[in-house]
Write a protein that binds this ligand. Structure first.
Ligand code: KE4
Length: 441
């Protein structure tokens, strides 16, 4: 009697396949942001019908436990009643005025309460705008032109930040995309993440030329990679020593890893902070802010120009306010930490049982994993992770009703709507997914 392999019923995906074909006719790659196309995993992207709490449903009716959470904003869970109510109430008064509203002041005050390093805030509509504007401000205030960033850190798609991954020590940026002229990246210096020596070398090589360092204090765009002990403190000291500004790009970590973001977690105070995702509660809103002596240079208070038709949009501000208000509850981050630790702890145990090299990271409501035994401290390390195993794992988890980020260079996100039973279900599916991945050489 041959053991029949229990062929698991594959999820129906015909509607997503049809929708993807149709979308590709009128939208480049069929998506409005590249990662959504599932290119890294070679599968049909799931077109979404609706989401609620920790769950998301595709247009074929498949249900998933969601760990993408719109790439971070949905920290309360999808379609949170309080957020929907706030947006509905705001909509009744109109959708956009191009004039100041009191709620924008309230949101700025809520951000200040959480981030003592931020005395003034400017709302924008995307993380890209936030980082681009913070860098312009740093250049305007210091009168310097160079910017230092880290390989594998992503700060949105403004030209000067789309630099190819350099190699070795601090290197001058090379265009990371067609359409970005070399002249736009020549002023961008790249160093390996977690490498203070390379940063010190950059300051030595370009004395008095570096306006700022911009860093994801916990990197979330090359997988999830935390700073090694002393790294952020070291950046603070080098910036102070060389008269450069320190910009924390907390678009992903802000209100995600702690109420005061990574700067609270690691007790390092940046000069400027960029925020996004959670501060818009799922609607287009982002921000940059910092000390009064810096922000007073931003137009119209000062000379550094920056503007935006929909900056501080009433609906986005209502969603952001409703989200941040709920994040002021006392045990929020303990709950998120407990959930992410339950998840990554379970994955670690299952990977060990499966005998597959694997390492995990978690911080607040953010987590990551690599098919690499670790330590993963920089982009070079992350690139050594086993991609075929990741693809197999991702596919098995998706088939099992678990929606993970479709790239090993992304992070995962939990919400306050996730429960222990969701994590346990996820681990049930992960057991078999890791065994299958382990069989790949
Ligand atoms: P947006 O322009 O996409 O709002 O934010 C850019 C940005 C800036 N800084 C950090 C640390 C970020 O993570 C991002 C955007 N994150 C990606 C996820 N890795 C957004 C997903 C996407 O590009 O579709």
């Amino acid at each position: 009697m041959t053991a029949r392999k229990t062929a698991r019923k594959k999820l129906k995906t015909q509607h997503s396949k049809d929708a993807f074909r149709q979308a590709r006719r009128v939208i480049p790659g069929g998506v409005n942001s590249p990662v959504r196309a599932f290119g890294a995993v070679g599968l049909t992207p799931r077109f979404i019908d609706r989401a609620k709490g920790a769950r998301i449903w595709d247009i074929d009716g498949n249900e998933y436990i969601d760990y993408v959470g719109s790439w971070g904003p949905m920290i309360l869970g999808h379609a949170h009643p309080g957020v929907l109510r706030a947006v509905r109430e705001a909509m009744k008064k109109g959708t956009s005025f191009g004039a100041p509203t009191e709620n924008e002041t309230r949101l700025a005050e809520a951000i200040r309460r959480a981030l003592p390093s931020v005395q003034q805030v400017r709302m924008v509509s995307s993380g890209t705008e936030a980082t681009m504007s913070a860098i312009r401000l740093a250049r305007g205030v210091t009168g310097r032109s160079r910017v230092l960033k880290f390989e594998g850190c992503y700060h949105g798609h403004s030209d000067g930040l789309l630099v190819g991954a350099g190699s070795g020590v601090a290197t001058l940026g090379i265009p990371g995309s067609p359409g970005v002229p070399a002249a736009m990246t020549e002023l961008t210096v790249q160093a390996p993440f977690n490498d203070l020596h390379a940063v010190a070398e950059a300051f030595a090589r370009w004395p008095d030329e570096i306006a700022c360092i911009i860093v994801e204090p916990i990197a979330g765009n090359m997988g999830c990679i935390p700073p090694v002990a002393g790294f952020l403190r070291g950046l603070r000291e080098l910036c102070d020593q060389h008269g450069a500004l320190l910009i924390f790009d907390e678009v992903m970590t802000g209100f995600r890893v702690a109420r005061g973001g990574a700067q609270r977690l690691f007790r390092v105070r940046p000069d400027l902070t960029c925020l996004g995702k959670v501060v818009g509660g799922g609607l287009p809103a982002a921000a940059y802010g910092g000390r009064n002596d810096l922000m007073r240079h931003v137009a119209p208070a000062g000379e550094v120009y920056q503007a935006g038709t929909l900056s501080g949009n009433p609906l986005a501000v209502a969603a952001g306010l409703a989200t941040l208000e709920r994040l002021e509850e006392p045990d929020v981050y303990d709950r998120l930490n407990a959930l992410s630790e339950r998840l990554v702890g379970g994955l670690d145990s299952l990977a060990e049982e499966a005998g597959v090299p694997f390492s995990t990271v978690s911080a607040g409501g953010m987590f990551g994993f690599f098919f690499h035994s670790g330590p993963v401290r920089r982009f070079e390390d992350a690139k050594k992770a086993h991609q075929a195993r990741f693809r197999c794992f991702f596919s098995e988890m998706l088939e099992g009703g678990i929606n993970l980020a479709p790239s090993s260079y992304e992070a995962g996100f939990l919400s306050l709507a996730h429960r222990a039973r969701d994590i346990d279900r996820t681990l049930e599916v992960a057991r078999n997914a890791l065994l299958r991945a382990a069989r790949i050489r």
